[in-house]
Ligand binder design. Structure first.
Ligand SMILES: [Zn+2]
Length: 188
């Protein structure tokens, strides 16, 4: 069972300083433009050690998890048919929870523009609980699959635990709630 600790104070809120990252892909899913904070882009995509020579590389190089890629492919299909898709997602860091809003909008000739807007960042205190040995984290809300159910996320907690449990498997997926939410979005 994963227990989430309520955040005591707001560190970062929507306002003129909020982080916004925009990147575009072409009709072959290759990155054609990146605007904004590069490190934040890398962080949002789960690849914090990227070099800055990513233009021309496939979007799929930067998205972890087969099920996550499958959902993005569905969303891209919808966007390329002319819809704009918006969904909230979580991208936590050590001791922090970050809530972001992603907007995918269609461009010319099959291109798609992604805008990731940071809405709220709050501190999160680690707890002493250890995670189960098999971990899958939802790439949208950071819920963790605990072997029997998706639990509330406590990134700092399981990251600390992982440091002492090298063999623990971490993969990226999508939880039932987010799959349902995105499915509803796809079908709307
Ligand atoms: Zn989720």
């Amino acid at each position: 069972m994963i227990v989430s600790t309520p955040a005591p104070a707001r560190l970062f809120a929507s306002g003129p300083d909020m982080t916004r990252i925009t990147y575009d892909i072409d009709d072959a899913d290759r990155l054609s433009a990146v605007d904004g904070d590069w490190s934040a882009f890398a962080r949002d995509n789960g690849a914090p050690y990227l070099a800055d020579s990513v233009l021309g590389r496939p979007l799929w190089d930067f998205i972890e998890g087969d099920s996550v890629c499958a959902v993005y492919r569905q969303l891209l299909e919808r966007v390329r048919r002319g819809s704009t898709v918006t969904f909230p997602f979580r991208c936590d860091g050590p001791g922090l929870t970050r809530s972001l809003l992603m907007t995918m909008s269609p461009g010319a000739q099959g291109s798609v523009s992604f805008t990731s807007l940071e809405l709220l960042t709050e501190p999160q205190q680690p707890t002493a609980l250890l995670p189960p040995p098999q971990l899958t984290v939802c790439s949208w809300c950071q819920s963790i699959w605990a072997g029997e159910a998706w639990g509330d996320a406590d990134f700092a907690q399981w990251e600390l635990a992982l440091q002492g449990r090298q063999a623990t498997l971490v993969s990226h997926g999508i939880c039932d709630r987010c799959a349902l939410a995105l499915g509803a979005s796809l079908g709307s």
